[in-house]
Design a binder for this molecule. Structure first.
Ligand SMILES: Cc1cc2nc3c(=O)[nH]c(=O)nc-3n(C[C@H](O)[C@H](O)[C@H](O)COP(=O)(O)OP(=O)(O)OC[C@H]3O[C@@H](n4cnc5c(N)ncnc54)[C@H](O)[C@@H]3O)c2cc1C
Ligand code: FES
Length: 350
């Protein structure tokens, strides 16, 4: 049996490219090695940008892939995540884009950054601020990104890295802020709680991601659960800094209870500086006198737009179940799929 297999990649415009892939090599790595520059970002099986449909051939999926990135129905249909899929025979793959997009995703840049703030801001959330550095000179490095994008941050003294969305606006160039939910048993969470310290250096890779505001004449609903607030806040801060006109924005953000809530004062202050923004705060277990919504951010969004005739563009971010619930709410509100943008905070490391 040959240990090299021929892989044919077919694109939406009918173009086909063929390259070879060893049995122990993932398809994406093999393509890149032979200068077939397929679309990809994380290369660790969590972003979904490298997916293709296998129409012929045999393969096995790697251990990095989880159900949020490749749900069972897609797996049954033959969808593969090429950065963690290994051929067992010749394969025919169909990619959901035209060949002129090959190479259009630049490899994420790598640099280091200095830790500036490590601060627990609620029972379950840390605020983490870093300043990107020029590795050669140690001077501050301007970090160009689009509001809504994410980076990977390395955990010092390990080979692990995790993905986190930037919550600052691109104009706050010198420092990048992150809102990080503590995951029980999580490696980055453990680092934050036990040894992250101001002044130390961390590795940074990015920016990455397509979850960014799109031009639109419609109102925009930004729906965040827990630290899913981060990229939405970056977008709003960008709007506030003058880059996006006076369109109508609604932010729906919720947590379980007052102990887990964070950035309430910041969001109320942001709404005061942006007459075109309404902030809808939600708590599942509110204290006496709570003037916000009682329930979660998805329910707050659904209740508010059920009472309106127009259909907003919707930006969803948070844990998988929250995003799924929000999509179901959009369907009940008859919001077209093309107006729904999502970023799921799935596990981003092994
Ligand atoms: C594009 C992107 C952007 C993200 N941005 C943010 C952000 O701004 N803020 C933030 O708090 N998180 C964000 N996340 C999620 C975060 O990267 C993961 O939760 C990360 O794995 C946590 O690292 P950890 O080392 O603490 O836990 P890990 O060591 O990675 O995980 C420990 C255990 O928990 C499970 N697990 C980890 N995270 C999740 C999850 N989200 N859902 C279900 N199970 C999980 C793992 O499978 C593992 O079993 C983002 C994820 C993606 C893909
Ligand atoms: S590049 Fe394969 S899932 Fe991100």
């Amino acid at each position: 049996m040959s240990s090299e297999h021929s892989i044919t990649a077919r694109f939406e415009d009918g173009v086909e490219l063929t390259f070879s892939c060893g049995e122990g090599e993932n398809i994406l790595a093999a393509a890149m090695r032979q200068d077939v520059r397929l679309l990809c970002q994380c290369r660790k099986a969590y972003c979904g940008s490298c997916k293709a449909l296998c129409t012929e051939g045999d393969y096995h999926l790697g251990k990095l892939i989880n159900v949020q990135v490749l749900p069972p129905n897609e797996e049954e249909d033959g969808v593969v995540v090429t950065c963690d899929t290994f051929p067992r025979s010749e394969m025919m793959l169909e990619f959901p884009y035209t060949s002129d997009r090959l190479g259009s995703m630049k490899p994420a840049a790598e640099c280091s950054a200095r830790v500036v703030v490590v601060e627990q801001i609620s029972s379950v959330v840390y605020r983490f601020v870093i300043a990107p550095l020029d590795t050669a000179t140690g001077a501050s490095l301007p970090f160009n990104f689009v509001a809504g994008q994410y980076v990977e941050i390395g955990i010092p003294d390990t080979d692990k890295a995790r993905a986190f969305s930037i919550s600052t606006a691109p104009s706050a160039a010198g420092e990048l802020e992150f809102l990080i939910r503590l995951i029980p048993g999580g490696a980055f969470s453990h680092y934050l709680k036990t040894r992250a310290s101001v002044g130390e250096s961390v590795a940074l890779r990015g920016p990455m991601g397509e979850f960014v505001l799109r031009p639109s004449p419609r109102p925009r609903a930004l729906v965040g659960g827990s630290t899913g607030l981060a990229p939405l806040l970056s977008m709003l801060r960008d709007v506030a800094s003058g880059n996006r006109g006076q369109d109508e924005y609604h932010l729906f953000f919720g947590m379980q209870d007052p102990a887990s809530m964070f950035f309430e004062a910041e969001l109320r202050a942001l709404a005061k500086t942006m007459p075109n923004l309404t902030v809808h705060l939600a708590l599942m277990d509110p204290p006496d006198g709570w003037d916000g919504f009682v329930g979660n951010s998805v329910a707050a969004f659904a209740a508010y737009f059920a009472a309106r005739a127009d259909k907003p563009d919707v930006y969803l971010c948070g844990p998988g179940p929250m995003v799924d619930a929000a999509i179901a709410a959009c369907q009940r509100l008859a919001i077209p799929d093309a107006q729904i943008y999502r970023e799921e905070f799935v596990a981003s490391g092994s």
